[in-house]
Design a protein around this ligand. Structure first.
Ligand SMILES: [Zn+2]
Length: 521
């Protein structure tokens, strides 16, 4: 471990040589930056509009402007300027969960390095969009009792939810928060090829400093999945390991996984999560999860190293990423080559014998709150070989249509699709068509509330009927790059679409049929 300690010493020495310090640096890593600290830090950096430019992503629920720093050789911050630059555009956000604060601090440190001229080689191929404080409202609701088990910052941290009490990392399909709506607007305007979302683990136990994930759902383009999993991340892992960071995919070692046997397991397939959502849009999505049970300073350092190594790998071969994404877009434009796709999914075994690093934790008391915190016991590191669950498969599928027809009365659905950037046309003349109509056999609402919703599930079957589609009906053609997203939003049995999030509740009529029909020619 001495090498790691030496790296930390070097980092500490390097950081103290900069005139601007972050709030953790000024407080011996006891405190995290408030919103105003972030703004003051950016002010002190004197972002001059040359290679670093300040703009904003949007506003938080409570009206805080969310700073977005554009880094790269571009004339201005206009989306079209950046899209047309030909560079690989990488979006990085910290603090979506505002108790998970090291992404924010790591991005401030990275911006300071960039201002001082470090990583100059990135300018050749990359433009960065950096949003250090995505959940600005949650960030400032500091409490010593938020995430008490996490090993600091011991003077407290923000809350998970945003100013509306919603989890931003469950909002990517329903778009009920101004923060995630702004994120989606940014995707539609700037079209970053890579996105990085910075978190801290939420209770899993393992022996790594930092873990990562990527989009995981059977609907996601297989070439993109293969590239991310087998080409991109092995390079990033190699670089991190060379710097003595212990890194692996994000998961949880369970004595009994849902499959019934022990294994290293990852839970998340739904596109309501940031990384999956970006994958549904055919872009390379990265989730970073630094480990809750190492020191705050180590978490900031490991997060920054992961981002730097991702950018180094991206900068080394931007063409390969662009080419992979172009192919994924092509497949999405021709989505009818799939007979059917998943509307519900689960995680399944990817490797029967994967080496996993485990470690026990020690208990310590927070000196201010007296709450128990956990710290990884470096002397207890243990390698085991176990099953790894890191693939996804459909638990329910539906036929992929040529198009969907949405009655013009479903204004909230139409507005949602528009916000996602899905292309639609209005029928100028009524048409007689053979359509697939969904007959509802079962219509259930969850008993428990989730994200202020009682999620709805439909079960049923499609029947073929001839119908007159009236003038003014909205047509969603599936030969578009966002076809995967449109499919998961509009399919009646989707686990994460307009039915699930109650957009259709008022439009079931006599309850026999789903009001949106599809055409399968
Ligand atoms: Zn999180």
């Amino acid at each position: 471990m001495t090498i790691v300690k030496n790296i930390f010493l070097l980092l500490i020495c390097a950081s103290t040589s900069y005139p601007q310090q972050t709030r953790p640096e000024k407080s011996n890593y006891e405190e995290t930056s408030r919103y105003q600290d972030v703004m003051d830090f950016l002010d002190a950096l004197k972002i001059d509009g040359k290679t670093m430019k300040l703009t904003s992503l949007g506003y938080s629920t409570q009206g805080k402007k969310l700073p977005m720093i554009v880094v790269g050789s571009v004339a201005d911050t206009k989306p079209e300027t950046i899209r047309k630059s030909g560079k690989l555009v990488v979006y990085i956000q910290g603090n979506i969960h505002a108790g998970e604060v090291e992404g924010k601090e790591a991005m401030l440190e990275l911006l300071r390095e960039l201002k001082a001229g470090k990583h100059a080689e990135w300018k050749k191929n990359l433009v960065l969009l950096i949003v250090p404080i995505f959940n600005a409202d949650g960030n400032d609701v500091i409490s010593l009792y938020n995430r008490p088990w996490q090993y600091g910052p011991i003077a407290g941290m923000g809350q998970r939810a945003n100013g509306q009490g919603l989890d931003l990392n469950r909002d990517h399909m329903k778009l009920e928060t101004p923060e995630v709506s702004s994120f989606v607007k940014m995707l539609n305007e700037y079209d970053p090829q890579v996105t990085i979302d910075l978190h801290t683990t939420n209770g899993s136990f393992h022996g790594y400093h930092i873990t990562y994930s990527y989009a995981l759902n059977p609907v996601i383009d297989q070439t993109l999945d293969n590239f991310t999993r087998n080409v991109f991340f092995p390079k990033v892992e190699g670089k991190m390991t060379a710097e003595q960071w212990r890194i692996h995919q994000y998961g949880d070692y369970l004595e009994k996984t849902p499959a019934g046997k022990p294994g290293y397991y990852y839970w998340v397939t739904e596109p309501r999560f940031n990384s999956n959502y970006v994958g549904f849009r055919n872009r390379l999505a990265i989730l970073s999860e630094s480990y809750s049970y190492i020191s705050f300073q180590q978490r900031i350092a490991s997060t920054k190293s992961l981002v730097v190594n991702i950018l180094d790998v991206a900068n080394a071969d931007p063409k390969l990423i662009k080419e992979t994404i172009r192919k994924a877009d092509d497949v999405a434009m021709n989505i009818r080559t799939f007979d059917s796709l998943a509307v519900r999914a689960e995680i399944v075994e990817s490797n029967p014998a994967q080496e996993i690093l485990l470690a026990a934790v020690k208990e310590e008391r927070n000196p201010y709150s007296n709450e128990i915190m956990y710290l990884m016991n470096e002397d207890s590191l243990k390698k085991i070989v176990t099953a790894e669950f890191y693939s996804s498969r459909a638990t329910k599928k539906a036929k992929v249509p040529v198009r969907y027809y949405i009655p013009d009365s479903l204004q909230s659905v139409i507005a949602l699709l528009r916000e996602h950037g899905i292309q639609m046309t209005i029928l100028k003349e009524s048409e007689r068509k053979t359509v697939q109509r969904f007959i509802i056999r079962e219509n259930k609402m969850a008993e428990r509330e989730f994200q202020k919703h009682k999620m709805r599930t439909l079960e049923g079957t499609f029947e073929s009927v001839e119908q007159t589609i009236p003038t003014g009906t909205i047509s969603v053609e599936m030969n578009q790059s966002l076809s995967r997203l449109a499919f998961y939003l509009l399919e009646p049995e989707s686990e994460d679409g307009v039915v699930a999030w109650n957009f259709i509740d008022k439009y079931f009529g006599d309850g026999k049929y789903y009001p949106i029909v599809k055409v399968i020619e």
